[in-house]
Every structure is written in structure tokens, then in C-alpha cells.
Design a protein around this ligand. Sequence first.
Ligand code: 5GP
Ligand code: ZN
Length: 119
Amino acid sequence: MNTSSDCIFCKIVSGQIPSRKVFEDDEILAFHDINPWAPVHFLMIPKTHIVSMAHVGPAHQALIGRMLGLAPRLALEAGAGPYPEGGFRIVTNTGKEGGQEVHHLHFHVMGGPRPWLRG
Ligand code: 5GP
Ligand code: ZN
């Protein structure tokens, strides 16, 4: 597993920075965003340090597929309503112009009754 010593999400993976966990297995961690935009707002990250979606390639297909395949279940468990009245939004900010602030790949999963603060 890759880690980066100055990465806050690697520190969340290692437990150096506490988080409110939504899900964890050997490859994936999901935890509530510290600054939520929506009633449900958690982040899904690979435990290994992948910088951004721009760094994803064929070697990551299974991991990314597992993350996206898990998202609907976790969204419902975290309180998003069922489709079609409920639902959720998955966002991956990538690079400066893509609005990425933390440079460890993450999917924002947002849901819950509107209005939302943002998004
Ligand atoms: P980005 O702008 O990179 O797509 O999103 C980074 C997200 O990480 C933001 O929504 C921000 O609130 C969240 N975040 C930043 N630092 C922490 C932290 O220490 N703990 C948690 N739980 N979320 C964080
Ligand atoms: Zn990292």
C-alpha cells in the first residue's frame, strides 16, 4: 500500500487523524466529511495513496469498480432515501481546475432531503 506522510487522508487511514467511519475493508475506507454540504455527506477513499482520478489507470479498475459498487448501499445505510425520490450524488474533484483540495483520491457521496448547503 502506498502512503504519503503529509497526506491527511493517509493519516485518517492510519488512525493518526480520527474520523467517523461509515465503512472499512482491507482496501477501502468511507468516513463522514468534516464539513458536510448535504444531510448525508461521506467520502470514499482507497486506503492506498492514489493522488487523484487523473492518476487512475487500468491497474485500478477493480478497486474503483468496487468503490462505486459499494456506494449505493453505503448511501442508503447513511440515510439517503431510496431511488427515485431519494438518491445521491457522487462527485470526484480532480486537479486545481477540478476543485480538488485534498490530493488523495476520494469520491464525495451526498444525499438526503434538500435544500443542501452546496451541490
Ligand atoms: P475536495 O475539495 O478535495 O474534493 O474535498 C476534500 C473534502 O475533505 C472536503 O469536503 C473537506 O471537508 C474534507 N476534509 C478535509 N479534511 C478533513 C478531515 O480531516 N476529516 C474529514 N472527515 N474530512 C475532511
Ligand atoms: Zn494519501
